[in-house]
Design a binder for this molecule. Structure first.
Ligand code: SF4
Length: 361
């Protein structure tokens, strides 16, 4: 596709009365003069109205195992059609997808697709769901909502992989269309969010509480542990106390391994022992489903029965092994396991398959 910035009318903005407009999609509330783009780079003041420059354009489509999002309690073993666009409303110095999230060259957006084409492609490739991932769907919320509506019309579910940095009004509308989410909780201090992400912790906690109290969206939480930054016992204890008190025991929590990337190159990769320590701390607070990720760890990757201690779903990275769930309950003791389960796992395989949509009917 040739370089271009198509105009799609964006939502959640208001005129300021001084020639500027304010975008109210996320807590940044960017105030934009004519021609100016927001922090996320993909929303722009064009002629006194906000437009979204990435509607209908993707950085590419892949079929992934749902465990890769990561979601361990949402249709385990199923395949998910995954895509992203460009841009992000946070500025994480450790971004593990920075070539997409910080893209300024829209030639990267090679695959164009309508919402209906994406829903049809998911069906054609045997995917139970479509994931908005690789970059944060907050910045392409209008497109994500349209895709979610097209998917629901044909019985395909949708998954948002997000940092949860979104304002209240668009958040309610966005999640009314989503079936599942994985929300990053990147650290547990305002100082970490400000220094490492150019953002703020409080709106993320609001999104998590909103999802728990106000919606039926199935969601799991991911924390990337960075040595020396957000992995102290004290921070993990405080985060676990908050998690248990506000989200309860049944929301799964994934502790994943960092590798040096983007602007944070002076930290070592996360040792597996750090992930296991975090898992132990969270578990001791009564959180039932705590996982390690981005490492080979059968114990930390598997789902264990909170009542009898048996292994319910065995995993090695994204590969599913033994399965001891029957209709969502432990086959040994009958404990009901939180999540969205539909019979036996599909065992769609742990690999990733690239998919081209451009030109599809
Ligand atoms: S979505 Fe983009 S333009 Fe809107 S407030 Fe957030 S960073 Fe600014």
């Amino acid at each position: 596709m040739k370089s271009m910035t198509p105009v799609f009318p964006a939502r959640w903005w208001a005129p300021q009365g001084d020639g500027r407009i304010v975008c109210r999609l996320c807590p940044r509330e960017c105030q934009l003069r004519e021609g100016q783009r927001g922090f996320c780079f993909v929303r722009r003041n064009t002629g006194g109205a906000l437009d979204l420059t990435t509607y209908g354009r993707s950085s590419g489509f892949c079929v992934d195992p749902i465990e890769k999002k990561p979601l361990n309690h949402f249709l385990p073993g199923s395949r998910v059609l995954s895509f992203g666009t460009a841009g992000c409303n946070l500025g994480c110095r450790f971004c593990q997808n920075w070539d997409i999230s910080k893209a300024r060259d829209f030639d990267r957006l090679a695959d164009a697709a309508t919402p209906e084409q994406i829903a049809a492609a998911a069906q054609r490739h045997g995917c139970r769901s479509v994931a908005f991932t690789y970059n944060d769907p907050v910045v392409f919320a209008e497109y994500a909502i349209d895709v979610a509506q097209a998917c629901r019309a044909v019985g395909v579910r949708t998954v948002a992989v997000t940092a949860g940095y979104m304002s209240a009004e668009p958040r309610a509308e966005f999640y009314a269309h989503m079936d599942a989410a994985n929300v990053d909780l990147k650290g547990f201090t305002e100082e970490f969010y400000r220094r490492q992400c150019s953002g703020s912790l409080a709106p993320v906690l609001e999104t998590l509480v909103y999802l728990k109290r106000e919606t039926a969206v199935w969601f799991e939480v991911t924390t990337l542990l960075i040595p020396g930054e957000n992995d102290s016992d004290a921070e993990l204890e405080r985060a676990s106390d908050w998690f248990a008190a506000h989200l309860g025991p049944d929301v799964p929590w994934h502790f994943t391994a960092f590798h040096p990337d983007y602007k944070l190159l002076d930290r070592p990769p996360t040792p597996p022992a750090t992930l296991q320590r975090a898992r132990t701390i969270a578990w001791a607070k009564g959180i039932h489903y705590v996982y390690t990720g981005n490492v080979h760890d059968r114990t930390g990757g598997s789902t264990w029965c909170p009542q009898c201690g048996g292994c319910l779903i065995e995993r090695d990275w994204f590969e599913i092994g033994r399965w001891r769930l029957r209709d969502g309950v432990c086959a040994a003791c009958g404990f009901p396991v939180a999540g969205v389960f539909a019979g036996e796992p599909e065992r769609g395989g742990a690999g990733r398959v690239l998919v081209r949509l451009a030109g599809d009917a």
